[in-house]
Design a protein around this ligand. Structure first.
Ligand SMILES: *[C@@H]1O[C@H](CO)[C@@H](O)[C@H](O)[C@H]1NC(C)=O
Ligand SMILES: *[C@@H]1O[C@H](CO)[C@@H](O)[C@H](O)[C@H]1NC(C)=O
Ligand SMILES: *[C@@H]1O[C@H](CO)[C@@H](O)[C@H](O)[C@H]1NC(C)=O
Ligand SMILES: *[C@@H]1O[C@H](CO)[C@@H](O)[C@H](O)[C@H]1NC(C)=O
Ligand SMILES: *[C@@H]1O[C@H](CO)[C@@H](O)[C@H](O)[C@H]1NC(C)=O
Ligand SMILES: *[C@@H]1O[C@H](CO)[C@@H](O)[C@H](O)[C@H]1NC(C)=O
Ligand SMILES: *[C@@H]1O[C@H](CO)[C@@H](O)[C@H](O)[C@H]1NC(C)=O
Ligand SMILES: *[C@@H]1O[C@H](CO)[C@@H](O)[C@H](O)[C@H]1NC(C)=O
Length: 793
């Protein structure tokens, strides 16, 4: 009997022990009885967040911080830090506890106060609780919902879903998200995100608590005027709310945790980024950066630097300067800037002109602010004025004289070296006439002479070889491009006999180089440019390389004959496969890959080239397919090359009309968004496998964009596809592609996404909401309803 009772009770006891054992379930509460130190951590009740001691840099073992991080994510990502400016050296002997007056306190090994919640309350039994939202609160033990302090009110650099970005009108307290100092130092950096202090419904970005360098623009209810693409994000994934009442005004945003883990970070680089956790990449992926241009961030590179947009290392020192704090640069904070290699000669004996300082010309996207104007009539007078004041560091003379004193900041490289404005940077005279440099120059001169000799020998050699092959003329290499002679072209294309097609700007022929490489030669009909300008443009096109862009190999420019030589694409152009009579239809997978590849190619042209390249003529005829059906965009750069002739040819071409954005017809400025429109129209064709333009024959109700606009909201996606595709299609991808296409063809070019965003959407990194129906599709859709109604009457 006793034994059986013991057997009954024992498991029960065991259960009790387990429940009370700290290891059985991590605690979410810190109290006076149970302080936190060492490697122990608190975990929120749902397991989302952990709180404990953390060190950002393994190489600095004595710098520990009390932090909150995502508990379920493999990369430790601190979202809040208590003692961001005052690290502790030993977590084992430090502790987080509740003080006698009921505040949370962090004490170091000497029991001195490192950090505290500084509230006055009459409650004498309080605890700290980490909540599942990532909020750490101080509340009475009897009711932890009734908190007196929360970490959401004193954030570091991360704005979590559910936290308020706002201002308390009664206390005047504002929540500010302040960047880290560097990637290994969480102490407050230069950049701040906060709500408009004047009460506007927008966020602002500030530098060093003063200069406002970016504003989101007003909140319209579903987007900020400066971030129109926000309207794209579906409410279920990311929703914002702006609240204003007598006590406070604030923004909150919510994400659907079952879809994605996302947050906003004020980065060291001064951009606010929205990042999403990608389990497949085991990393955070940014999908929105504000401001979009890195170089628009105030002081991002510090003094005497140049910021270059889209460069891997966007900050560099000006000529004559070198990095001030190398370590800081390495950890992502270049704002220490650069310093002079040689001090200016100014002062003392500046009257002796031989030792006076000199200037060199520098091209910048725009002249920096804070210039002093000077009424002088000549560039020499301007230069003289700068030389005569020792703190003058640069001048510019463009109509009027501008002088800059002290550190030069916010210099941005022009997108194109031929554009931008010139300014003159002051350096010590020795930087210009360095005797060691002259010696170097002599050495270089000698070696150049050597190189020329070698090149000559090689050329003569090639000449001899070619002669054997019965070519009487040589093809030279200019930059990365081969300059072909016309006679050579005639030879390799068998006198232009194998015609591949006739494009808008000339015919294309197939050819074969002596080594067997197949090429496509495009003869340009209407080039009014001179030889020099043509060569300059072509060599720019030649430097553009991307897997989804056709590679220019060389060109020919002799008298009025202008030709471009490209790599040859065995599978021809996309239109042949979509609308031609080829027996195999493209599978859905291939179509999706083609759509994504084209988007990547265009994104490269729009966003990654040194100067923006608008294609202007995106259509299936200009997409070529290699042996693996990898798409490559052809004819990019021709818009600039052909200039005015281009738009004339384009707008008079009937075949192109279906792809042209409204801007082309109503005469407003053409931007990269015109390509986005054409891409959208082509995407409809890639999905349907039919020419959009065929509706003229078959009736408006068959116009595929209209069908999509009508069926998409009803969820009838399968109905949109022809029978040839029904087998292997991925309906989720079809829906995504349809939504993208609808967004691309919006009337207002500001509402259309960028190609970079399209790539992210197609890759499934970003979700996309239902697009509004563009007005002309609306009109067409109504007309088609009307006609069916009429028919049924
Ligand atoms: C803290 O204590 C643990 C266990 O005793 C030890 O492994 C760890 O190295 C200590 N940490 C520091 C920073 O001293
Ligand atoms: C704590 O709060 C009191 C009154 O609210 C204030 O006078 C004091 O400066 C604060 N201390 C700290 C360290 O913030
Ligand atoms: C504070 O604690 C003491 C003893 O624990 C208790 O008697 C007292 O009522 C408490 N005071 C308040 C304001 O809750
Ligand atoms: C706990 O505090 C919250 C917020 O002040 C209040 O709404 C709730 O009624 C309290 N619960 C109890 C059991 O007192
Ligand atoms: C930032 O602001 C502080 C205080 O106004 C000032 O002392 C400091 O020089 C500023 N930093 C720079 C780099 O200008
Ligand atoms: C979150 O997403 C899931 C799955 O898509 C959906 O079922 C749920 O309704 C969403 N929740 C909210 C609050 O939107
Ligand atoms: C100025 O020149 C004189 C004579 O050449 C020289 O002795 C003096 O040191 C110079 N002063 C400065 C500040 O360089
Ligand atoms: C140089 O220019 C600055 C700004 O105009 C002025 O404050 C300073 O007095 C000038 N110095 C001299 C030596 O003229």
């Amino acid at each position: 009997m006793e034994a059986s009772l013991g057997a009954l009770i024992f498991p029960y006891l065991l259960l009790l022990i387990c429940v009370h054992h700290p290891l059985a379930r991590a605690e979410d509460t810190v109290s006076r009885d149970r302080p936190l130190s060492g490697g122990r951590r608190l975990v929120s009740s749902g397991g989302n967040f952990a709180l404990g001691f953390f060190q950002p840099d393994d190489r600095a073992p004595n710098r520990w911080y009390l932090a909150i991080w995502y508990n379920k994510i493999s990369k430790t990502t601190p979202v809040w830090i208590a003692n961001r400016a005052t690290p502790i050296s030993d977590p084992n002997s430090s502790q987080l506890t509740v003080s006698e007056d009921g505040n949370l306190v962090l004490l170091d090994q000497a029991r001195s106060l490192i950090w505290a919640t500084n509230i006055t309350s009459s409650i004498n039994s309080t605890v700290g609780v980490i909540l599942d939202s990532g909020n750490f609160v101080l509340a009475p033990a009897s009711n932890t919902s009734n908190f007196h302090w929360q970490s959401f009110d004193e954030p570091t650099n991360v704005w979590l879903p559910g936290a308020k970005l706002g201002r308390n009108k009664i206390t005047g307290q504002t929540t500010r998200f302040i960047s880290w100092q560097s990637s290994v130092d969480p102490s407050p950096g230069y950049y701040t995100l906060e709500i408009d202090p004047n009460g506007g419904d927008q966020f602002i970005h500030r530098w060093n608590s003063s200069a406002i360098y970016w504003e989101t623009g007003r909140w319209t209810g579903n987007m900020f005027t400066g971030v129109p693409e926000m309207a794209l994000y579906p409410k279920e994934t990311l929703s914002y709310k702006f609240t204003v009442n007598n006590q406070e005004s604030y923004f909150v945003y919510r994400t659907n945790a079952s879809i994605a883990t996302a947050m906003f970070i004020m980065e060291i680089s001064g951009q606010v980024k929205t990042v999403v956790w990608m389990e497949s990449r085991k990393d955070w992926v940014p999908f929105l950066a504000l401001p979009k241009a890195q170089c628009n961030v105030y002081f991002v590179c510090g003094s005497f630097t140049m910021c270059t947009e889209n460069a891997v290392t966007f900050c560099s020192c000006l000529r004559g300067f070198s990095k001030q704090y190398n370590g800081e640069w390495r950890y992502g904070n270049p704002s220490g800037g650069c310093m002079r290699n040689v001090e200016l000669q100014c002062g003392g004996n500046s009257s002796r002109k031989t030792t006076a300082d000199g200037f060199y010309a520098l091209a910048v996207a725009k002249l920096p602010d804070k210039a002093w104007g000077l009424a002088t009539v000549s560039t020499d007078g301007c230069k003289e004025a700068c030389l005569n004041n020792c703190s003058c560091t640069a001048y510019s003379y463009a109509g009027g004289c501008s002088l800059w004193y002290g550190d030069l900041i916010n210099l941005v490289a022009p997108a194109d070296s031929s554009m931008g404005q010139s300014m003159y940077i002051r350096l010590a005279a020795s930087e210009f006439s360095n005797p060691t440099k002259t010696r170097k120059a002599a050495v270089i001169g000698a070696s150049t002479a050597g190189a020329i000799l070698v090149t000559l020998i090689v050329i003569i050699g090639i000449l001899l070889i070619l002669r054997k092959r019965s070519f009487s003329e040589v093809n030279k290499v200019e930059g990365s491009l081969v300059v072909f002679r016309y006679r050579f072209q005639q030879y390799v294309t068998k006198n232009f006999s194998e015609r591949l097609g006739k494009g808008s700007f000339g015919s294309v022929c197939k050819g074969s180089l002596p080594d067997g490489t197949l090429i496509a030669v495009k003869k340009l009909d209407s080039v009014s440019q001179g030889d020099k300008q043509f060569r300059a443009e072509v060599s720019t096109i030649g430097t553009i390389q991307h897997v989804n862009l056709i590679q220019l190999l060389g060109f020919c420019s002799e008298r009025s004959m202008k030709m471009l030589v490209y790599e040859f694409m065995p599978n021809g152009s996309l239109d042949r496969h979509l609308f031609g009579s080829t027996p195999v239809t493209l599978s859905w997978k291939t179509r999706y890959q083609i759509a994504l590849g084209i988007a990547k190619g265009l994104a490269y042209l729009h966003e990654k080239c040194r100067s923006l390249i608008i294609h202007c003529d995106i259509k299936p005829e200009n997409v070529l397919l290699d042996a693996n059906f990898m798409p490559k965009i052809a004819d990019f750069g021709l818009a600039k090359l052909l200039g005015r002739d281009f738009s004339r040819v384009l707008t008079t071409m009937r075949g192109t009309i279906g792809y042209l954005a409204p801007e082309w017809i109503n005469g407003t400025a053409i931007t990269a968004k015109a390509d986005v429109f054409s891409y959208g129209m082509m995407l409809f064709e890639i999905i349907s496998g039919d020419r959009n333009a065929d509706w003229h024959r078959k009736g408006a109700e068959t116009f595929f964009p209209v069908l999509v606009a009508m069926r998409l909201p009803e969820g009838k996606i399968q109905d949109l596809l022809g029978p040839e595709l029904s087998a292997d299609v991925n309906l989720e991808e079809v829906e995504r592609a349809c939504k993208v296409a609808c967004w691309c063809v919006q009337d207002d070019d500001n509402t259309r996404p960028t190609m970079g965003e399209i790539v992210q959407i197609l890759e499934g990194l970003v979700d996309v909401s239902f697009p509004p129906i563009p007005w002309y599709l609306h009109v067409l859709a109504q007309r088609s309803n009307f006609s069916t109604e009429e028919a049924s009457h």
